[in-house]
Design a protein around this ligand. Structure first.
Ligand code: MRU
Length: 355
């Protein structure tokens, strides 16, 4: 792969967790430094860092921060009390955001390190080793998924076509190249696509602020549209695929992703446009039979009624702000993970590829 340049949402530098502050992009490139688990929890909650794999990686580093902090406390003179404190920290991390399973997945892996009787003094180091492994695997998985997805896209006959993406599933949402945007980057290099249409992604504008910025940074042609233009684009432009990431995928292939993905998939079905979901296996939750039991995060109404302090809506209006939705498996043509491609996902195919 010749283009491995990308922005870094999460980094570990000089024993500190460094996060690119995504609330400020694209106007300012500012970094937030976390030296405690509490700071990392706040950064996940307030969206300094966001995107399912990126919050999983952040949580993994935060587990090492937690161990370091707890060891410095004098009251932990025995293993049991240290473990009890760490368990509380880990629970606090898992609860920071409810929908993306990568967060829980990463913290549970950290818990396994604690449970296997790692010497107390080695815990910060061992947990850091795990976090680095999770981070590096995510980077490699992004490349694998991009290769697999492009093999799939290359089966689409005819001239280069355009794709629509929703939210931000790029470098800013992962450890590296991106999931959906990793595919877009490679598909552009391979001349399979001519343009990425980026839904602006209300209410947080991940598409306008992050996806457009990231793709422009890499010189991938990108055109910004309002979310409600998607059906019009499918009728009036050569869109052949919708390509998105995911926050949690149930065992039957139902996909939770940014609010608006479901209606995009419905519009795609009507227009014979195919839908591809690109996500590492850490986003798959085989413990859930279907997407019905995925918890959907509800966020503050101020995300709808104002933007950066500027009022947008009638004062006092009632609002509802679910920030994810579930797209049923029957609307999805392909799920791409680093473990393989699942066409028209069903429970059997998911289990065959992923377990
Ligand atoms: O609320 P966000 O910005 O964390 O939501 C992110 C998404 O919905 C992404 O599409 C998903 O996490 C996949 S990122 C590779």
């Amino acid at each position: 792969m010749n283009n491995r340049r990308h922005v870094h949402a999460v980094e570990w530098h000089s024993d500190k967790l460094v996060l690119l502050d995504q609330r400020k992009l694209p106007l300012e490139e500012v970094y937030v430094i976390c030296q405690s688990v509490r700071q990392a929890v706040d950064a996940i909650k307030n969206m300094t860092v966001r995107g399912a794999p990126a919050i999983g990686i952040t949580a993994a580093y935060a587990c090492s921060l937690a161990a370091r902090e707890r060891l410095k406390e004098t009251n932990h003179n025995n293993r049991l009390s240290l473990e009890a404190s760490l368990r509380k920290d880990f629970e606090m991390l898992k609860a920071a955001r409810p929908t993306a399973v990568n967060l829980v997945w990463a913290v549970e892996r950290a818990q396994q390190v604690v449970d296997k009787n790692t010497a107390i003094l080695d815990l910060p180091h061992e947990l850091l080793r795990l976090a680095r492994e999770i981070h590096e695997d995510d980077i490699e998985n992004n490349y694998k998924m991009a290769e697999l997805a492009c093999q799939e896209l290359s089966k689409t006959a005819g001239k280069p076509f355009s794709i629509i993406t929703h939210c931000n599933a790029g470098s800013l949402a992962t450890g590296g190249y991106g999931t959906a945007l990793g595919v877009a980057r490679l598909a552009w290099q391979q001349k399979l696509i001519d343009k990425v249409y980026a839904d602006e992604t209300r209410p947080w504008f991940q598409g306008a602020r992050l996806t457009a910025w990231e793709l422009m940074y890499d010189n991938v042609p990108v055109c910004l549209n309002v979310d409600s233009a998607a059906a019009w684009l499918m009728s009036n432009r050569t869109i052949k695929w919708v390509i998105v990431g995911a926050d949690r995928i149930a065992a039957n292939g139902d996909v939770a992703n940014k609010i608006g993905t479901f209606q995009l998939a419905i519009a795609a079905k009507y227009h014979d446009v195919k839908v591809m979901v690109v996500a590492p296996s850490s986003t798959v939750d085989l413990s859930l039979e279907s997407g019905d039991s995925i918890e959907i995060e509800m966020r503050d109404s101020s995300e709808l009624t104002e933007f950066r302090g500027f009022p947008l809506a009638a004062e006092g209006v009632e609002t509802i702000n679910p920030v994810f939705d579930v797209t049923p498996a029957r609307l999805i043509d392909v799920i791409v993970t680093e473990k393989g491609v699942i066409e028209r996902p069903t429970r059997d195919k998911m289990l065959w590829t992923l377990s």
